[in-house]
Design a protein around this ligand. Structure first.
Ligand SMILES: [Zn+2]
Length: 105
């Protein structure tokens, strides 16, 4: 179920842990509001330093104007770190988001 609009018209895109898909993030795509809800975000070691991501911190999806709590930070390789995130839902923000605004960006 989409945490932003409540629609159950969603599709889970799983991170490709072992190969056939090169999807690096894991997220829920909503057909209702067209938002993505990340569950796992992949970042390089360099992006980690720049973003100063840490457990208990905040991950911002500036493209979609959404914010997440960072639940866990897991290093999986020499140059890859996974952020396990949970969306921060603000009721007023999600209500405003139901009215599409074009040409804003
Ligand atoms: Zn939605």
């Amino acid at each position: 179920m989409c945490p932003w609009c409540g629609s159950d018209e969603v599709r889970l895109v799983q991170r490709g842990f072992t190969g056939p898909t090169d999807e690096r993030d894991q997220y829920i795509a909503c057909h209702g509001c067209k938002r993505l809800t990340y569950e796992i975000v992949s970042r390089s070691a360099r992006e980690m330093r720049l973003g100063q991501y840490r457990t208990g911190g905040t991950y911002r999806d500036s493209l979609r104007q959404t914010k997440y709590d960072i639940l866990r930070v897991l290093r999986v390789g020499s140059n890859e770190v996974l952020l396990y995130v949970k969306p921060i839902i603000r009721q007023s923000a999600s209500l405003r988001a139901e009215t599409p605004r074009r040409g804003r960006f």
